[in-house]
Design a protein around this ligand. Structure first.
Ligand SMILES: Nc1nc2c(ncn2[C@@H]2O[C@H](COP(=O)(O)OP(=O)(O)OP(=O)(O)O)[C@@H](O)[C@H]2O)c(=O)[nH]1
Ligand SMILES: [Zn+2]
Ligand SMILES: [Zn+2]
Ligand SMILES: [Zn+2]
Ligand SMILES: [Zn+2]
Length: 270
């Protein structure tokens, strides 16, 4: 929840792969040494505790996710943007590229309703699990742990596609190693200033749909300049799935994240 708007107070209608998350349940993904999903021992809990301090509880859960990801040799990349900026499309086009580099990928994808994005990603050839957030406008670390538990194997890179929303997802650490924020050229170059929290937390900003720039009154340089002013530390790349522009740099960045995670967490198996 965005701490004040109350959008996350009610976790009752959260669905993981079409099953509602009930009040009492197990947390197998966080259990140390759990080799793979299903029927592992884990502590159950009462969701009322989540209301005490949503963000601090989320941070604790994110830390557990991070440890579990590293223990399983998973590099986790969170993908964020407003609705329709091209998150799922980019991931669909990423599957085959990573396969060429012998890297397996999986996706956990959040939407308010429907499993359409997960289905698209399965069609593209990777394992994908849908989280439906119901009345909640963002993913939290707890939902991610439950969805991860449904994976049939641990991928080298796990993408977590958040609900399309430039506001409160910025506040929630999901336990990822890096954050990618997409901004499509049709949204306007003022968005990084207006939705600064989102852009400040990005490790990589992808300016998407640059094939459409000839039809607009804004240049790539202008996007670059505005994003750089808001977050001087972020890497910023232009990308288009239509022309393939930027796809090579995107894949290189992902491979570097994988390598960085391996060097930072030498105990992980990958
Ligand atoms: N011209 C152009 N269109 C694109 C590009 N990438 C995505 N699109 C189109 O943008 C639309 C939305 O793309 P999605 O990938 O569904 O966007 P999303 O960010 O996953 O959307 P939500 O999950 O609903 O937030 C689709 O019609 C895509 O075909 C691109 O590089 N160029
Ligand atoms: Zn909200
Ligand atoms: Zn739980
Ligand atoms: Zn999507
Ligand atoms: Zn929210």
């Amino acid at each position: 929840m965005c701490a004040t708007c109350g959008c996350g107070n009610d976790a009752e209608h959260v669905g993981i792969e079409g099953q509602e998350l009930t009040a009492q349940h197990e947390h197998a993904f966080w259990t140390e040494g759990s080799s793979r999903p299903t029927n592992q021992e884990g502590g159950g809990h009462d969701h009322k505790t989540l209301e005490i301090d949503v963000l601090s509880v989320n941070n604790q859960n994110a830390q557990k996710n991070r440890q579990a990801f590293h223990a399983h040799g998973i590099t986790a990349i969170q993908v964020l943007s407003s609705p329709g900026s091209g998150k799922t499309t980019l991931l669909e086009h990423t599957v085959g590229r990573l396969q060429k580099d012998q890297i397996t990928m999986g996706v956990l994808v959040g939407d308010q309703r429907t499993d359409q994005d997960a289905e698209r990603l399965r069609q593209a050839g990777c394992e994908a699990k849908q989280i439906t957030t119901g009345s909640v406008c963002h993913l939290d670390a707890h939902m991610v742990a439950h969805a991860a538990q449904h994976l049939s194997s641990w991928p080298d890179i796990l993408f977590i596609e958040n609900v399309g929303n430039l506001i409160c997802p910025a506040l929630f650490d999901l336990g990822e190693d890096a954050r990618v924020v997409l901004l499509s050229v049709t949204e306007g170059e003022d968005k990084p200033v207006k939705y600064a929290d989102m852009f400040v937390t990005a490790d990589l900003v992808l300016v998407t749909k640059v094939d459409l720039l000839p039809y607009l009154d804004v240049s790539w340089e202008r996007f670059y300049q505005v994003i750089q002013e808001v977050n001087p530390g972020a890497k910023i790349l232009p990308i288009s799935v239509k022309t393939g522009e930027g796809m090579g740099e995107w894949i290189a960045w992902l491979l570097w994240q994988k390598e960085r995670a391996r060097l930072t967490h030498p105990l992980s198996t990958h």
